[in-house]
Design a binder for this molecule. Sequence first.
Ligand code: GDD
Ligand code: MG
Length: 365
Amino acid sequence: MESSPDIGHLQAILLVGGQGTRLRPLTLGTPKPLLPTAGVPFLAHQLARAKSFGVERIVFATSYRASMFREAFGDGSAFGLRLEYMTEETPLGTGGAIRNAAQALTCGPDDPVLVLNGDILSGHDIHAQVRLHQSRGAAVTLHLTEVEDPSRFGCVPTDENGRVTAFLEKTPYPVTNRINAGCYVFRRSVIDTIPEGRVVSVERETFPGLIEAGELVLGYIETAYWLDVGTPAAYIQGSRDLVLGRLRSPAMPGPCGEYLALPDSIVSPEAKVSGGSVVGHGAIVEAGATVSGSILLDGCVVGPGATVIDSVVGPGARVEGGAVLSDVVVGDNAVVGARNELLAGARLWPGVVLPESSVRFSSDV
Ligand code: GDD
Ligand code: MG
């Protein structure tokens, strides 16, 4: 990986204050960036990647369940990083969070600062993004990628020189498939112009304001592996892609392959586990069970002959004999009684017990 001298001391802000509402019930007790993903907290992948590009110091912009981040990552020395934590009493929005966290930066006004949304898996070249930013003297340089449905993201048209001409957050009328991929390089002094102590959205206020004022906002376009893990399906996909090696992460706790079994898990030799699944610490997969593309969290049990496809089974939960789950989230310590079928986006709240089913539901699977 090519490096340039001024990138070695790059500092970063990581935005991790969101509530992760779309990932409930998984995020009721654990913030989205800490959900186990391919066997480690999601953020471990982002931190390891940032480090691989020479980032040494990262300021966490926290709000929701702030103390859990410090408990998980401490001062960062175990990861070869220096970590700081800046907490908002009430969430200040993405822009307010960046402004607040910037108090802990130690770089100068003209230095580049990397800002990362805390729910993104990306294989893009951070060095190339920073180099573009520096060589063009931009105020902000946004990583842009392409998706099929841009209406769920920030839609970002550019001119032929890469200059961003508009920033349209979650517009029902996207003008391009290019979207904001949630990784920015800011000139430090530009962060200092964000109003202090109030809610500010970078997407709805700061970026449109900079464009309006004629500042150079640049797009760095790279369509490498990219995923926002904001929904259960995307969270499962991210974990699966890491286990299968579709995105390489220095934070993987074991070799890539059909599945990842964490220490103290038990997989019966008569079970079939595949498709990038993870079997968590102390989790058990019993004989005749089929698990594909799924995340089995710590201490859960998949009973004999049960089928779990593209689903998350929460910590301590039980899926009893012959039950079938496809595209489902089972909350902590919940029980899916024998022979139940749960399909297509069903979510079982923590501790809920679904009694065993005597009749099979009809279904189209
Ligand atoms: N500290 C702090 N305070 N962090 C926040 C706050 C806040 O008030 N609000 C959101 N965040 C963090 C979230 O934790 C997340 O890491 C990041 O900011 C983005 O918030 P999301 O809620 O995940 O936004 P989104 O996915 O709907 O949209 C954003 O990301 C898309 C790419 O995935 C926008 O930046 C879009 O423009 C972008 O396309
Ligand atoms: Mg998001």
